[in-house]
Design a protein around this ligand. Structure first.
Ligand SMILES: [Zn+2]
Ligand SMILES: [Zn+2]
Length: 260
C-alpha cells in the first residue's frame, strides 16, 4: 500500500485519539498518501444526535487539525481531508450545503444504514429480507450517481443471509453501476482483522465478474492499525485469487470543485 484514504479520528466517538500518531505511523509504514475520512457530521432534524459521528460544530476543528498536520508534514507525506458519508437522500442536500466551501476535499461512501439511521436499519445486521438488500443497493446506486463519491467503502457491509441468487442479482447490479460510474470498491482491512462478515468472498467473486477495480482501505480507528501489514498481505492474496485489479491510489473527486 502507498495510500490509505480511510482513517478515523476520536470525533466519531469510537476511534483512538492522536491524529499525529496516525500520520507518523503512516510514514513509518511507507505510505505516500494518508486521507482522513472520519464519519461525516449529518444535519439531522429535530435535535436528533448520532452516536457514531462528529457533530456539525466539530467539522471546523477536524479540518483545522488536518490542515495543521498538512503544514507540519509538507513534503514528507500527502495528507488529505475527507469524510466517510452515508447517502441519506432526505438529508444529503443539506449535508452538501454544509460541506461546500470547507477544506473537505473528498467523500467515501459508507452506506451504514438503509433509509437513514433515524428511520432505517443498520446495513451490517444479518437479514433474510430481500427488501433490505434491494434498498441498500438502490440507495448506494443513487449515491454513486451523484458523482461526489471517490470510492465505495466496505460495499459488502450489507449482511444478507437470504437467497444466494437474489444476493448475486442485486450485488452484481450494484457493482455494474460502480463500474460504470468509475468508482472503485474497497476491500476493508478492519473487517478482515476483526473477523467480521466483510470482506466476503462472494463480494470478491462478483466484483471480479463485473471487472471492478478494488482498493485496500485500513478503516483505521487506531494509529497502530496503520502498521498492520499482515492484513494488507492477506487482502492482496484474496484479491489475487479472484484476479482482481488492485489500485494503489485513486484520483480524488474534489467535492469543492463539484459543488461549485
Ligand atoms: Zn464504515
Ligand atoms: Zn470507516
Amino acid at each position: 500500500m502507498i495510500a490509505n484514504y480511510h482513517t478515523h479520528t476520536w470525533r466519531c466517538n469510537h476511534a483512538e485519539p492522536g491524529e499525529e500518531q496516525y500520520v507518523r505511523n503512516a510514514m513509518k509504514r511507507g505510505l505516500q498518501i494518508l486521507g482522513f475520512s472520519d464519519h461525516t457530521p449529518y444535519p439531522f432534524p429535530g435535535g436528533y444526535t448520532s452516536s457514531f459521528r462528529m457533530r456539525v460544530a466539530q467539522l471546523p476543528g477536524y479540518c483545522q487539525c488536518v490542515q495543521e498536520l498538512q503544514r507540519k508534514y509538507a513534503g514528507k507525506i500527502q495528507l488529505e481531508i475527507g469524510l466517510e458519508a452515508e447517502y441519506y437522500p432526505k438529508f444529503f442536500p443539506e449535508l452538501t450545503a454544509i460541506l461546500k466551501d470547507t477544506p473537505v476535499t473528498y467523500l467515501i461512501l459508507g452506506q451504514h444504514f438503509t433509509g437513514s439511521e433515524m428511520d432505517g436499519v443498520y446495513s451490517g445486521s444479518p437479514t433474510e429480507n430481500p427488501g433490505v438488500l434491494k434498498a441498500y443497493c438502490s440507495q448506494a446506486k443513487d449515491a454513486m450517481q451523484t458523482g461526489l463519491f471517490t470510492y465505495f467503502a466496505h460495499p459488502d457491509l450489507i449482511h444478507f443471509t437470504g437467497s444466494d441468487k437474489v444476493y448475486r442479482e442485486e450485488m452484481s447490479g450494484l457493482f455494474r453501476e460502480a463500474k460504470s460510474c468509475g468508482i472503485p470498491l474497497e476491500i476493508n482491512l478492519l473487517g478482515l482483522s476483526d473477523g467480521r462478515h466483510y470482506p466476503s468472498r462472494r463480494f470478491l467473486e462478483l466484483a471480479a465478474e463485473e471487472d471492478c477495480p478494488v482498493i485496500l482501505g485500513c478503516d483505521a480507528h487506531d494509529p497502530d492499525s496503520l502498521l498492520d501489514t499482515a492484513m494488507e498481505a492477506r487482502a492482496l492474496a484474496m484479491a489475487a485469487e479472484y484476479g482482481l485489479t488492485v489500485l494503489d491510489t485513486v484520483p480524488l473527486r474534489n467535492i469543492q470543485t463539484l459543488l461549485r
